[in-house]
Structure formats: C-alpha cells, structure tokens
Design a protein around this ligand. Structure first.
Ligand code: SF4
Ligand code: SF4
Length: 409
C-alpha cells in the first residue's frame, strides 16, 4: 500500500481555502473567454487575435480592443492545413492555419483584426495566406536583441502600430489609456509570477499541468485576476500551515525544468507524460510559462510606449540572435526552482529552437550539471510510449546521480 502523505491535509493545522475553485474556474477558461469576447463585441469593442508573446497586448487594450490568443493546439485541424501548407512545418503553425481553413475557431471568426509578427519563417509566410481573406497586420520584429538600432526599430514599429490601431478602430490611444493597460497587464504578470513561485517549494502545491491550466487566452479579465488571488492565498496558507510539507523521500517526484516551445491549449501531451512518468515540472521557461511574465513594463517611465517596447523586446525567444538572455533566464530559474534535470521540447520543424538546443544541452550538462533530454515531436500521440521510456530513463539517471552523491557523503 502506498502510504505517501504528499499534500495530505493535516487536520490539526489551519484550514486553508479550497483549491477546487481556481482550478475549476480555469478548467472552463475557454467558455469564459468566449462569453467575454462575445460580450465585448456586442458592446462594440473589437476582438484582436494575436499569435506571439512579442505582440504587446497593452496598445490593443488601450485602443479598447480585446486581445485573444489564436495559437492552435489541436492535431485535428492539421490535415486541413496540409492541403495548402507544407507537411514539414511546425504543428503550432499548421494547427492555427487549419482552424482558419475549417473556420472552427470561434475567436478567429469573431476577430476584427489579427496581429502577426515576423518571428520564424513559417509563421511569417502563413500570415500572408491568412491575410488573403482576413484583416492581418504584421509587426516587423528585429532579431538582434542587443543592437540599439534594432531596439529603436522596434519602438518605431510599435509607434506605427499605435497609429494603425487608432485609425482602424477610430480611437485615440492616449498615454493615460496606455498606462491603464500597463497596470492591468503588470498586475496579471505579477499574480501569475507569484503563483508560479509557489513551485519553488520543496513540496510544490501544484502539478505543472495544473499550473498550466491556471491561465487564460484573454488577459485582464477581472474574475481571472480574482481567481489568481484566491489560488495564491490558498498556496500561501498551505505553506504557512505545513500542509504538503511531510512528503517522504519514497514519494518524491523528480523536479523538472521544461524549456523550449510553447504548450498552447490542447497541446499539453508531453507535459502530461513527463509528470505521469514520475516527474514534477516545477518551472516552465517557455512562452506559455514564465518567459513572458518575468519582466514587467516600467509603469513609471515617462514614455509608456517606449517602456512597452523595451519589455517585449527583451523576450528571449530563439528567433533572436544571439539569444543570450535565454541562457541567463535558465540559470536564474535553476537557482530559484532547483530542478534536478532539464527537458527541452521542440516542435517538429521548429528550426530556431532545434538549432539552439545544442547550447541548452551544453548549458545544462556542462555548466549546471543537470541531466538533459531533448524531445522532438508534434501533436500526434503516436510517439507517446517512446517519449515516456526516454523520460523514465532520464529520471533513472537523476536518481543514479543522487545515489552516487549519498554514497560520497
Ligand atoms: S516561442 Fe517565440 S515565436 Fe513562439 S510565441 Fe514565444 S516569442 Fe513568439
Ligand atoms: S514553435 Fe518554432 S516554428 Fe513553431 S511557431 Fe514557434 S518559433 Fe515558429
């Protein structure tokens, strides 16, 4: 009999609020977002589709719009996409485009505008096809992250975008409106950061899969923010009262840092395999995890648009060259979250993350002394068993290292 006591409430200690509510709320996230977007449209607000964390939500919100993520995470829409796109393209791009072909993403269907960005080549060219029948605006993202000319170009690009939004939606984006949207986004980032920080504990209160559930396709929804606060209060209470602190070594999961491509809604399979095989993802460095929420926009800056440009330009995506900030971020996350291994997920045909994986492997194995595993896959479940075997072998390496250490000291 497994007598593991992880997360078992201790009745002698303070009673904490229930975890059920925030998880149940975000379990219905897509329905809530649909209702929110529909209500916004009914009241005359534009719905704006976005597809990347470089696209700043703040100017869209300051124009009265509702930015909603349109990234596709379903394998079911890929065959329709492959009638027009090459099969050898990343599944995220194909799935998103498949929704367009099949017209079955309600957010895309209600979008008054789709904002793309020049990140990887596949997305860039896919936007041209989208633009043949939908209103698409593409932000030109310079890709030399540390070049002052590139930063200046990005600011100019956002200034142009602001004028475009004003013209398109017949509004004026004042500094005051920009500051209000910065405040909302900074608050959301801070709450999500705090929630993620609960995973730094020796006995994390959530699984990585649960933490991934606690986020929304639309930013700044009041009830979402309230639910983040409830979840934080719960996990702080648990930590203060000692609930979940009694985990014996026998039921200890391997702490994993997951890096690489984003796990958009519907494409969580690899995360589930990692955790079902005996791991606990304590930190997700990717764009659906910590990467976009580690830095805030400077709310006190004299020029709010410049402050927005600076924050977003710092995002350490593999489309940047060189991409030293990603390595710095990983070093920081390893210090703070104390993973025992690094797993890198790469969607098939994602060249930038794939090439960069050489550096991440070296960083993990040679500098951080952490076992590393690279998983390249797509949205099809056909390789799930093979992935599980490789993940279990990685955990054996971790446990072997721990045994060696115990013998040594
Ligand atoms: S991984 Fe790169 S291209 Fe993809 S959403 Fe993040 S920033 Fe954008
Ligand atoms: S995962 Fe890679 S190839 Fe796919 S959209 Fe993101 S950057 Fe592009």
């Amino acid at each position: 009999m497994n007598d593991c006591c992880c997360n078992r409430p201790d009745e002698t200690k303070t009673e904490c609020p229930s975890a059920v509510e925030p998880l149940a709320w975000f379990g219905q996230m897509l329905n809530h977002c649909l209702q929110y977007a529909q209500a916004a449209k009914d009241s005359g607000k534009p719905v704006v589709g976005i597809l990347c964390e470089y696209t700043p939500r703040e100017p869209i919100m300051a124009a009265g719009g509702v930015p909603v993520c349109l990234c596709g995470g379903s394998a079911n829409t890929i065959p329709a996409a492959e009638e027009q796109l090459p099969a050898n393209l990343c599944p995220l791009i194909k799935s998103t485009f498949g929704y367009h072909v099949l017209r079955n993403n309600p957010f895309m269907e209600m979008a008054d505008l789709i904002v793309g960005e020049t990140t990887c080549d596949g997305k860039k060219k896919m936007y041209e096809l989208l633009g043949q029948s939908r209103p698409v605006y593409v932000l030109e993202l310079p890709q030399k992250a540390d070049d002052p000319d590139a930063a200046a170009h990005w600011l100019a690009e956002l200034q142009k975008f602001k004028v475009f939004l004003e013209d398109r939606f017949q509004t004026t984006i004042t500094d005051c409106r920009l500051r209000r949207s910065i405040d909302v986004m900074n608050r959301e980032r801070a709450l999500r950061r705090e929630l993620a920080a609960s995973m730094q504990s020796d006995t994390p209160p959530l699984t990585g899969r649960q933490l991934l559930t606690l986020k929304s396709s639309i930013s700044g929804i009041d009830e979402d923010l309230a639910q983040y606060e409830k979840a934080i209060a719960l996990y702080q209470c648990q930590s203060a009262s000692g609930v979940g602190q009694e985990c014996p070594t026998s039921c200890k999961s391997v702490r994993v840092l997951l890096t690489g491509v984003p796990l958009v809604t519907g494409a969580e399979r690899v995360l589930e395999i990692i955790e079902n095989s005996g791991g606990r993802v304590v930190a997700m460095e990717n764009c659906t995890g910590l990467k976009p929420i580690l830095e805030d926009v400077d709310a006190a800056a004299p020029d709010p648009l410049r402050a927005i440009a600076e924050k977003y330009f710092h995002l350490p995506c593999s489309v940047m060259t060189p991409n030293e900030r990603r390595l710095e971020t990983l070093r920081r996350l390893v210090r703070e979250y104390r993973p025992e291994c690094v797993i890198e997920l790469i969607w098939q045909a994602c060249l930038t993350y794939d090439v960069e994986s050489q550096r991440i492997r070296r960083l993990a194995e040679e500098e951080l002394n952490l076992p590393y595993l690279r998983i390249e896959t797509d949205y099809s479940p056909s390789d799930s068993a093979r992935i599980a075997v490789r993940v279990e072998a990685l955990y054996e390496t971790v446990r072997g290292k721990q045994r060696d250490l115990q013998l040594k000291y």
